[in-house]
Write a protein that binds this ligand. Structure first.
Ligand code: SF4
Ligand code: SF4
Length: 127
């Protein structure tokens, strides 16, 4: 039988963050420089995890998050949201789901991109 709130339990365990302290003020989303490209805003990610909505695992948001820590600094409850994004990526990566497939990057982009950007990308988005 599936454990109650399994997603919430795993995210809190991996991230070390207490999601119950989020009161949905939205300050994280309001300051996020990448929010326009996200399918779930940072605030919505927290809400979905609290509600144990597993579809959040298929969201593009954790892959788009630039780990800039703006949300973390803005949160009045000191929730490190970038760690929560990392936890969601880890859950996917541990299931052998990569966020990017090197073979699908167009060759002209591969030639243009700085090597350090590619290495960072592979470290973050491949298992
Ligand atoms: S800023 Fe903090 S308390 Fe406010 S919605 Fe974001 S995570 Fe929740
Ligand atoms: S760490 Fe990620 S979610 Fe937080 S503000 Fe930066 S890009 Fe947005």
């Amino acid at each position: 039988m599936r454990k109650e709130r399994e997603l919430l339990r795993r995210v809190m365990e991996i991230s070390g963050q207490n999601l119950y302290s989020c009161y949905q003020c939205g300050k994280c989303s309001a300051g996020c420089p990448s929010v326009d490209f996200m399918d779930f805003t940072p605030r919505e990610i927290i809400r979905a995890i609290l509600d144990d909505h597993e579809e959040v695992l298929h969201s593009q948001t954790p892959w788009i998050c630039a780990a800039c820590f703006t949300c973390t600094i803005r949160c009045p409850n000191e929730i490190d949201i970038s760690r929560i994004m990392e936890a969601l990526r880890q859950i996917r990566l541990r299931k052998m789901h990569d966020g990017i497939h090197p073979s699908k990057i167009p060759v002209d982009e591969l030639l243009e991109l700085p090597q350090i950007a590619l290495i960072s990308c592979f470290r973050k988005m491949t298992g």
